[in-house]
Design a protein. Sequence first.
Length: 296
Amino acid sequence: MTASWVAGATRARSLARRRAGAGGARRIAACGSVHEAVALLGETPYGHDVRRGESLAEAQWAVLATLLWHLRVLAGWLPRQGGQQVRVLARWFELANVDELICRLSGGEAEPEFALGSLGTAWERLRLCASLPDVRAVLGASPWGDPGGSGAREIQVGMRLAWAERVVESVPQARSWALGATALLLARTRLAEGAEPAGQARGRCRTLLGSAALEAASIGEMAGRLPAAARWVLREIEDPDELWRGEEHWWQRVEEEGRALLAGGGFAAGPVLGSVAVLAADARRVRAALELAARP
C-alpha cells in the first residue's frame, strides 16, 4: 500500500462527509420557496458553488458543479491508477457538456458548461464544434470512439455506451452499476423510444449485455436475457412507462453499495469508489429537494 493510496482513501472518506444527507434534503424540500431553499443549501458544503438568489435551474446546476469539484480534488490525491478511475467515472460531466452542446447546436438554450480541468477527455475540442457531424468526428478521433451516427440521440446513446464500456474495463467494482445503467438505456431506447442501436452502438450493447437482450420484445423478456450483473435493475418492471422505477433501483443500489465500500477497511479503491457513489447520490437527492421546494 503506497502513501498516496492511504492519503487518497483518507481524503475520500473525508469528502464523503461533505454532503447534505437525507435529513438535509428533507429540510430543503420543506422550504416554502426556492429562495429559502437556496439560502439553506448555501450553508451546506454545496455552498462551494451555490449562491443566494439563484434560480432553481442555477442552483441545481451549482449542486453538480460542487460534486465535480469534489471529484477533481479527490483525483488529485490519488496515485495514477486511482486518479484514472475517478476520471473515468467523471466522464458523466463531459457527457452533460455534450448534451448542452447538442442543445445549443439545435437552436436551444443551453446551461453553462462544467469546468472539467484535468478530468476532461475531449471537451476542449468538442466545445469548438459547429455541427453534429463535427461532434461525431471529434468523438471518433478521441478515447470516446465513434458514437455510430451524427444524429443527436445517436451521439448521446453512443457516448453513454462508450462510457459504460470504459467503466467495466477500468473500474471493476462498478461493473454491475455500469451494466445496470446500460440495461436501462437499452430498454428505454428500444422499448420506450422504438429506436434500434446500430453500428458501433449495437456492438457495444452486444459486448456489455449479450446478443439475446437486443432481440427482446418486452421488458420482462429483456430482463430474462440479461446477464445477472444487469438483470437486477429491471426487476418487477413490465411496462416501458415504469422505467423510472429502474432508475430508482439503480440509485438505491449505488448508494447502498457506496456506503458499504466506505465502511470497509483498507486504503485502496473501495473507499474512493464509495465516496464517489454517495456524493453523486446526495447531489441527485438535493436537486430533487430543490425542485420540491419550488412547487407552489
